[in-house]
Design a protein. Sequence first.
Length: 104
Amino acid sequence: MSDSNSYSDKNVRDEISELETKSVTAARLFDIRRIIGGLFVVYGVIVTIAGFVATDDEIDKAQGVNINLWTGLGMLVLGLFFLAWLKLRPTAPPTPPLEETSEK
């Protein structure tokens, strides 16, 4: 009886450990810095390209400033900052809970 009980306790501990590992992986995958950085880089590339192909009339509307080019470059810098931040300071894994020892 105690063998089957300890076997099921071991299975439960293994399953909890596996779920904790999956939780850490999911937390790193959906880190908000990755999402914000990725979106800013993608939109920055699009707006920068729009700045490169801007006509003189579009630049004249913005009082002579190629606003798409400068905004796109700013977005690229911000997106790369978020991605570098994610790379340099990754999400720390949660500390494992302390195991309770019960002596009977």
